[in-house]
Design a protein around this ligand. Structure first.
Ligand SMILES: Cc1ncc(COP(=O)(O)O)c(C=O)c1O
Length: 362
């Protein structure tokens, strides 16, 4: 395939793929212990944190589940701030495990309003924790997490953040913003395949873990911590993805995090300008438009299924559709991780030819 323009999994650099083709090693041997220590230390650099960080073999959703079940107890009052499908999912995990969740939902395509969050916290002083999605991949919106965190931490609530599709592509200074728990996953901006979730925990989070009563086994962070002290993981890790992470982290740090963020800002701008130049409408409130994924309205007669087929079959470019209630109403272009300007321009040029064949009239 020429281009995988979906918001994760994202394409991997050849160096990463090559590193991953290595033979297996003993996951309880010295070589893997060194790799785990190296990957953990460098991932913490990307999280911009001195907090503890654990690496789980799982999808991003497993990281979110670990965040919920290790820090909360059944009956705990939780505020779920949702601007889309992934915000709903985070809140739903808490609900399924017995938390008393208030869902503060914002319109699709809009960011969360810190004043409304403040009102919700004022309305119920018993709220213990707040769940926030940093970058809502389903709508292409990035919340103003600095502003939200400022409000939430001024109430001293436990702040748990889904940074799955922002961390490593967008500036997320975990310590500076006082994020108690932050979660990301390898298949997004990290330039490696799916398989690993990363979770950082502040001192307050570690204290909350000690009193958490939600059931857990595979995602029990106490077990992960005990193993991490021996530079091991409790269960068999995705060794190949660790091989890839070592190379990808070195690439990210060599490029320099500020340069990586600047590259994503530029890619997003090119994508948005390109869509507008084709006469298309963006879903996002542009002030909060994501630097990792752009959501475009499938209006003006566009048949998304046809568009996606033409893009794939005639141009060898895979784009993403809408999810949940946005299915058929939008399409999305991923531009995170190992992504560069010429590919985005090629994608825009292909869309220009494909759109009229998919019913687009303007
Ligand atoms: C913001 C966000 N949260 C959570 C997830 C879930 O990750 P996974 O599919 O790895 O479980 C995704 C994946 O697209 C995401 O974009």
């Amino acid at each position: 395939m020429k281009q995988l323009r979906i918001p994760g999994p994202t394409p991997c650099p050849p160096e990463v793929l090559q590193a991953m083709s290595r033979q297996m090693i003993n996951h309880r041997g010295e070589e893997f212990r060194n790799i785990l220590a190296d990957v953990t230390a460098k991932t913490k650099q990307v999280f911009q944190t001195k907090n503890e960080l654990l690496i789980l073999t799982s999808a991003g959703t497993g990281g979110l589940e670990a965040a919920v079940v290790n820090h909360l107890s059944p009956g705990d009052k939780v505020l779920g701030v949702s601007i889309g499908l992934f915000g709903d999912r985070f809140a739903n995990i808490a609900k399924i495990y017995g938390a008393d969740v208030t869902l503060l939902k914002f319109e699709m395509g809009k960011a969360a309003d810190p004043d409304m969050v403040k009102k919700a916290l004022d309305a119920d002083p018993k709220i213990r924790a707040v769940l926030v999605t940093h970058n809502e991949t389903s709508t292409g919106i990035t919340n103003d997490l600095a502003a939200l965190a400022k409000v939430i931490k001024s109430y001293d609530k436990l702040l748990m953040v889904d940074a799955v599709s922002s961390m490593s592509s967008v500036n997320v200074p975990v310590d500076a913003w006082k994020l108690d728990v932050a979660v990301s996953a390898s298949q997004k901006g990290w330039m490696v395949p799916p398989g690993l979730a990363f979770i950082s925990m502040s001192e307050a989070a570690v204290k909350a873990q000690a009193v958490s009563k939600m059931p857990k086994f595979y995602f029990d962070l106490a077990k992960a911590r005990k193993s991490a002290e021996l530079r091991e993981t409790p269960w068999t890790p995705a060794i190949s993805v660790f091989f890839g992470m070592q190379v990808a982290l070195d690439m990210l740090l060599k490029e320099g995090l500020q340069n990586v963020y600047a590259r994503h800002i530029a890619l997003a701008k090119t994508t948005r300008e390109g869509m507008k130049s084709l006469g298309l409408d963006l879903l996002a409130d542009e002030k909060y438009a994501s630097n990792t994924v752009t959501a475009v309205r499938a209006n003006h007669g566009i048949d998304y299924k046809k568009l996606s087929k033409i893009m794939r079959e005639e141009f060898d470019i895979t784009i993403a559709g809408g999810q949940g209630e946005l299915e058929g109403k939008i399409f999305r272009i991923g531009h995170m991780g190992w992504a560069f300007e010429p590919e985005i321009k090629e994608c825009i040029a292909a869309l220009k030819l494909a759109l009229p064949k998919a019913g687009y009239v303007k």
